[in-house]
Design a protein around this ligand. Structure first.
Ligand code: ADP
Ligand code: MG
Length: 470
């Protein structure tokens, strides 16, 4: 049977599994890494690029694949998955660690010193780093790309195009979760690799200690022996010249030796207040943003979290779909807020010895919980109405094709206010203004830039915001 026939069969199975399941994005991420190798009546063999994909699909989707095959061919199939690492584009094994040491700019001259190295435990690789895994990360269009890139890096660390991997997005959108998921994956798939995970402030403190002690031996021991380094929240490097320089050098030596760096920040590299050369370095691999989650993704996260709490803590309170919906709609984009709302409901239920809880009780319980309040939610229509009123233009013009200066400006302001006042993804704003995702992003940046210089615009926006809140 020719190869493309296998592909057709596999595609048909794939489509069926996607249609029958929720979480198409996750299925697509894995199935795209599988390739049909052999097919006969009752037997399908697939190859996967990595052991991880094979295991995951075997654990999660094998029955769905068999079900789809049965539906199409009317008989039971045996499905085998084999790892074929010749498909991998570059060797997953890390390049040997080179003993190139960072040459920091110390605050005082470095003297030869016998300072003992830092605690061993800090530098060694720990296998069970946290509960954050790819498995318990819910994928939706807001985080799909970040998820896929993270998985790619986890499977093949050190590839030039993905080094460093730079994930950015507002607080609580899952950056740390993804970084830890990569680290956890690597701990299992490549146990010989030494990984180190630091919060930026920890690195800054290490650097400050080294400068104060006048010895970088411990610092270099810690950071230069790692095969993979994760630095979380690098926006905190702003203003810390010495540490910026150290991270820059570290990045260079890691990249040159094919060792992977993964960075996160609350904004894109170009918006971090750093020197041009660091920004360029930070952007020299792949960067990707995580957007606020859509309601559907929030609901997925809630469902998973409810199950997780029930299993782990033995909670048996029923949290109805209506309550799940309520939490999804009222919580901000910060998933921490969403999870803590669910925890609160469970703890309340346990304390009161309840098996069921009414929505009214939940809304009373959570009345002060959500940062945006549970009051009237501002909609895109509210923003558009206020903008139209302020600039005295029609709705048709605001969302239409005209590009006169006044209308373009109003449109950019409208888009900007939607972005800052309502927690919705760029794509949804785009739909409401009949604009592409890129245009929405461009409008927001434009207004941000103008706001830095124009006091007048600041005042203009304040008035429009008041109109919106009325
Ligand atoms: P950030 O580092 O971006 O501030 P975190 O990674 O700490 O955010 O995420 C905050 C919380 O939300 C964590 O408990 C994390 O597990 C959870 N979370 C975020 N995104 C997801 C997701 N897509 N699926 C499941 N849990 C998520
Ligand atoms: Mg974080």
């Amino acid at each position: 049977m020719p190869d493309d026939k296998y592909e057709r069969i596999w595609n048909e199975v794939w489509e069926k599994v996607v249609t029958d399941n929720i979480g198409a994005d996750q299925i697509n991420a894995f199935f795209s890494r599988l390739h049909p190798q052999a097919f006969s009546e009752g037997f399908l063999m697939l190859t996967s690029e990595t052991e991880f994909t094979k295991k995951w699909v075997e654990q999660n989707y094998i029955e769905d694949i068999r079900g789809a095959l049965k539906e199409i061919y009317g008989k039971d199939f045996t499905v085998a998955i084999e790892v074929d690492d010749t498909q991998v584009t570059s060797a997953p094994a890390p390049a040997p660690v080179i003993q190139q040491t960072v040459q920091p700019v110390p605050e005082k001259p470095v003297e030869p010193s016998n300072t003992p190295t830092q605690s061993e435990e800090k530098t060694t690789h720990s296998n069970l780093v946290s509960d954050y895994t790819f498995d318990n990360f819910v994928v939706g269009s807001s985080n799909q790309l970040a998820y896929s890139m993270s998985l790619m890096v986890a499977e093949n660390p050190g590839q030039k195009d993905f080094n460093p991997l730079f994930l950015y997005g507002k607080s609580g959108l899952g950056k740390t979760h993804l970084l830890r998921a990569i680290q956890n994956y690597v701990a299992t798939a490549y146990p010989h690799m030494k990984t180190i995970f630091v919060d930026t402030m920890e690195l800054v403190n290490d650097y400050t200690d080294a400068s104060r002690e006048g010895s970088f031996t411990a610092f270099n021991d810690r950071y230069n022996n790692a095969d993979m380094i994760f630095i979380d929240d690098v926006q905190r490097l702003q203003g810390k010249e010495g540490s910026i320089n150290v991270v820059f050098q570290l990045l260079n030596s890691m990249k040159d030796s094919g060792r992977q760096m993964v960075l996160s920040a609350d904004r894109a590299p170009k918006h971090i207040d750093l020197d041009e050369r660091s920004i360029t370095r930070f952007s020299s691999g792949s960067s990707c943003d995580i957007q606020p989650p859509e309601t559907e993704t929030k609901l997925g996260i809630i469902r998973n979290y409810v199950e997780e709490l029930k299993t782990k803590n033995g909670f048996n309170l029923e949290i109805s779909p209506e309550i799940q919906d309520y939490v999804a709609h009222n919580s901000s984009s910060n998933i921490r807020e969403l999870k803590s709302a669910i925890t609160k409901i469970f703890l309340y239920g346990e304390t009161m010895g309840k098996k069921e809880i009414h929505i009214d009780e939940v809304s009373q319980l959570l009345k002060d919980h959500f940062s945006g309040g549970t009051m009237k939610k501002i909609s895109v229509a509210d923003v558009q109405k206020a903008v139209e009123q302020y600039y005295n233009i029609s709705h048709a013009d605001l969302v239409g094709k005209k590009r006169s200066a006044n209308i373009s400006h109003a449109r950019q302001v409208g888009i900007y206010l939607c972005r800052t006042m309502i927690d919705i993804p760029f794509a949804s704003i785009g739909n409401e203004f009949n604009r592409e995702h890129a245009t929405v992003m461009y409008s927001v940046t434009q207004i941000e830039e103008k706001l830095r210089e124009s006091r007048e615009l600041n005042e203009e926006l304040e008035i429009i915001q008041q109109l919106i809140m009325e």
